[in-house]
Ligand binder design. Structure first.
Ligand code: CAA
Length: 259
């Protein structure tokens, strides 16, 4: 029986499962409900014996423009901590099958973090990749400070996270943040081709190879992620977070007080 989702689309093409983020009006902003659905779909495909690889994509305009600012804007420290919404994200790393991200347009904030949670990234030339949380008075909260730094190195991560400016697909490729940059028209096709190539291999070998590669990150990253998450939650007691998010929603420049 096919599950019906409100924020994502799911499909199968032979051994490849395709999950499409689908909140077009808000550039696929990653609401709590979207993330729950995404993790549910990934988990189901992980258990589906026909599926050997999963392609995760968005629209041409946006892979995802980040966590849902509207949903977060009035959050309190205790509220966001009790909800612990980023715990949902942790379940993505439990997925045993390879996930290939097909990224076009904006991959910002949580969108960039979601992309980095995937195993292989195919980017369209149009992709704009960044961590702009600083512009709304917070910091990355779903792994950005840790995963981006490991991917591109300290200097580039500092630049991206402290200026909030996105980088192009080509620059991301130079820094090893994405695997491939392809013309806009074929980004999904190219990711599907990569998935089909992987689907040809032994599923057991694929699973063990993925597990072994990911082991590399396990030990030191965990403490950093926890530290980052608590700091992220802490920022919800600042005036600048309220002002930053409110200003965004009112389409004006924020005035930060530093408090
Ligand atoms: N959350 C909620 N809504 C969002 C959104 C987000 N992250 N990003 C875009 N939207 C909404 C806009 O509010 C707008 O809605 P309305 O039509 O109802 O006004 C709609 O999507 C289209 O967006 P824009 O009109 O802004 O489109 P644009 O082409 O002018 O700009 C953009 C595109 C540069 C991506 C801009 O939308 C933007 O800066 N978005 C926010 C990016 C951001 O700050 N992301 C980080 C979020 S925090 C986070 O992700 C924390 C974490 O670590 C998990």
């Amino acid at each position: 029986m096919k599950t019906t989702y409100r924020n994502i689309l799911t499909d199968k093409d032979g051994a490849i499962a395709i999950v499409t983020l689908h909140r077009p009006k808000v550039l696929n902003a990653l609401s709590h409900e979207l993330m729950e659905e995404l993790v549910q779909a990934l988990t189901d495909f992980d258990q589906d014996e026909e599926v050997r690889a999963i392609v995760l994509t968005g629209s041409e305009r946006a892979f995802a423009a980040g966590a849902d600012i509207k949903e977060m804007s009035e959050e309190t420290t205790i509220g966001i901590m009790l909800k612990d919404q980023f715990a949902t994200w942790d379940r993505i790393k439990e997925i045993k099958k390879p996930i290939i991200a097909a990224v076009s347009g904006y991959a910002l904030g949580g969108g960039c973090e979601l992309m980095m949670n995937c195993d292989i990234i195919v980017a369209a030339e149009s992709a704009q990749i960044g961590q702009p949380e600083i512009n709304i008075g917070v910091i990355p909260g779903a792994g950005g400070t840790q995963r981006l730094t490991r991917a591109v190195g300290k200097q580039k991560a500092m630049e991206m996270i402290l200026t909030g400016q996105p980088i192009s697909a080509r620059e991301a490729k130079e820094y090893g943040l994405v695997n491939k940059v392809v013309p806009n028209e074929i980004f999904l096709e190219e990711a599907m081709a990569m998935a089909r190539e992987i689907a040809k291999k032994s599923p057991v070998a694929t699973r063990l190879a993925k597990e072994a590669i990911l082991k590399v990150f396990d030990t030191p990253i965990s403490e950093g992620l926890l530290f980052e998450r608590k700091n992220f939650y802490m920022l919800f007691s600042s005036e600048d977070q309220k002002e930053g998010m409110k200003a965004f929603l009112e389409k004006r420049q924020p005035t930060f007080s530093g408090k």
